[in-house]
Design a protein around this ligand. Structure first.
Ligand code: F0G
Length: 458
């Protein structure tokens, strides 16, 4: 019996990686104001900033690109995508958008108002920002285990039903609908069980509220259900996904994840009134409803990508990649979010850098150190992303300080992951030398993208 899981693809086209020295990276990081978002990508060796839109498309998708119908109205590629998405989701109306946050903005504009509350396991940063932009409030109600990096639970993305019910009782009149994010990206890429989703649906139904899913990584979530949820082992991932969609009234998707494309997203709904308002807004800001901000070729690549994202050989390899990295790091005593999620490994920066207090942004500092020492770019999910500077100049800090290393789909091979694991273990051995940072410039919304830093005095 051979245990090694191989990449279930061959490589047909390659892109060189420019090697760099620590000295060069030191200079480049200073030029980027100690913010890895501001680094030109050519200066990065392994780019684990995000799994969003960064993956490799298949030969079949590149073939589909040539088939793209660029008609302004009634594009054949739209009808192809619509057919694939209706079959998968069961929702009647498919509204393409250029990416996930456009779908968010449109849905929240038509279905929320000032003072509303939207519960979710954990809102992603753009989701939260788009809700707050409407004057509504994004409420995170993940189960307590979901906030403890090392609590073992097969479905740490589950929502805390008791707290949802309490909110519905107390503030029900302010809640237009409930949301659930599959997988729970901000909480470690952790899955939601079918049982939890079903119970959430029943609870919302009792209070007359619809359910909207954020399904960026629904295929990874469905594979976790197949592997971990009792009684699911013999089902296809697609049928599990279909059941998840059937429990909700609609979904938003950034197709740049499990849609296996470099750009794209959609909103899929059953409610005709929401759809009418959404289409009006779509035409105003994205494009005609049969392309919604995408080219015909993008729609075609997405129609193929949605099917490839459900391939079970691919998904087994995909989840194994994160697990493999996690095993190597844990063996070296490095604290990570456990169990590993679907698309990324999350380093626990509080544990990695115990000498840095929250005001030195430990996860941000760790992301900088990883770049400096090994050319690896990850992303902080901590107090820069989720904390806030109050009007009086004081800061609120996030409960977790994580560095996410997110893995682009079908792009890096095992030796890249071996290199990354070795580099992180090396850094751990010298962790006490990692310096903290001070934020010297920030924007009001989504400040992590553009904030500037200096080294903190050590
Ligand atoms: N929802 C979730 C759960 C996400 O992870 C993202 C994006 C979005 C919505 C927004 O989609 O980027 O297409 O507008 N996540 C990326 C990430 C950016 O790196 O995790 P978008």
């Amino acid at each position: 019996m051979i245990h090694t899981i191989i990449e279930p693809f061959r490589i047909k086209s390659v892109e060189p990686i420019r090697m760099s020295t620590r000295g060069e990276r030191r200079r480049w990081l200073d030029e980027a104001k100690l913010n890895v978002f501001l680094l030109p990508a050519e200066r990065v060796l392994l780019d684990f900033l995000t799994d969003s839109g960064t993956g490799a498309m298949s030969a079949r998708q590149w073939g589909a690109i040539m088939e793209g119908d660029e008609s302004y109205a009634g594009s054949k590629s739209f009808f192809h995508l619509e057919e694939v998405l209706r079959d998968l989701t069961g929702y009647e109306y498919i509204i393409p958008t250029h990416q996930g946050r456009a779908a968010e903005r449109i849905l929240f504009s038509v279905a929320t108002k000032k003072g509303d509350l939207i519960p979710n396991n954990t809102h992603f940063d753009t989701t939260r920002a788009n809700i707050e932009y409407q004057g509504a409030e994004a409420v995170d109600l993940v189960i307590p285990e979901g906030l403890q990096p090392r609590a073992l639970h097969p479905f740490k993305g589950n929502i805390d039903l008791a707290r949802v019910e309490e909110l519905l009782k107390r503030e029900g009149h302010r809640i237009p609908f409930g949301m659930m994010t599959l997988t729970n990206n901000s909480g470690g890429g952790q899955p939601v069980s079918l049982a939890n989703l079903r119970a959430y649906r029943e609870l919302l139904t009792r209070y007359g509220k619809p359910l909207i899913l954020d399904v960026c990584r629904y295929a990874e979530n469905s594979m976790f259900v197949k592997l971990r949820e009792p009684g699911m082992q013999d089902r296809t991932v697609k049928s599990i996904a279909q059941e998840m969609f059937s429990l909700a009234d609609g979904c938003m998707m950034s197709a740049k994840k499990d849609g296996m494309v470099n750009i794209g997203g959609f909103l899929a709904l059953n409610d005709a009134a929401w759809v009418e308002a959404a289409k009006t807004l779509l035409i105003l800001t994205e494009g005609f409803p049969t392309y919604g901000g995408l080219a015909g070729r993008d729609l075609e690549a997405l129609a193929v990508g949605m099917q490839e994202g459900l391939d079970e050989d691919y998904l087994r390899y995909r989840l194994r990649t994160a697990e493999y990295m996690g095993e190597k790091l844990k063996a070296a005593g490095i604290a990570i979010v456990e169990p590993t999620g679907g698309h990324a490994v999350y380093l626990d920066a509080k544990d990695f850098l115990p000498h840095l207090g929250p005001e030195q942004y430990p996860a941000w500092s760790l992301a900088n150190a990883l770049y400096l020492e090994a050319g690896i770019r990850g992303v902080e999910i901590g107090s820069v992303m989720f904390g806030k500077r109050r009007d009086d100049g004081t800061e609120t800090y996030h409960s977790m300080e994580l560095v996410r290393l997110a893995f682009p789909r079908r792009m890096y091979t095992q030796s890249h992951f071996d290199y990354a694991a070795e580099a992180i273990c090396d850094l751990k051995a010298n962790a006490d030398k990692v310096r903290g940072v001070r934020m010297v410039k920030q924007a009001r919304y989504l400040r992590h993208f553009t904030a500037e830093f200096e080294w903190a005095a050590s």
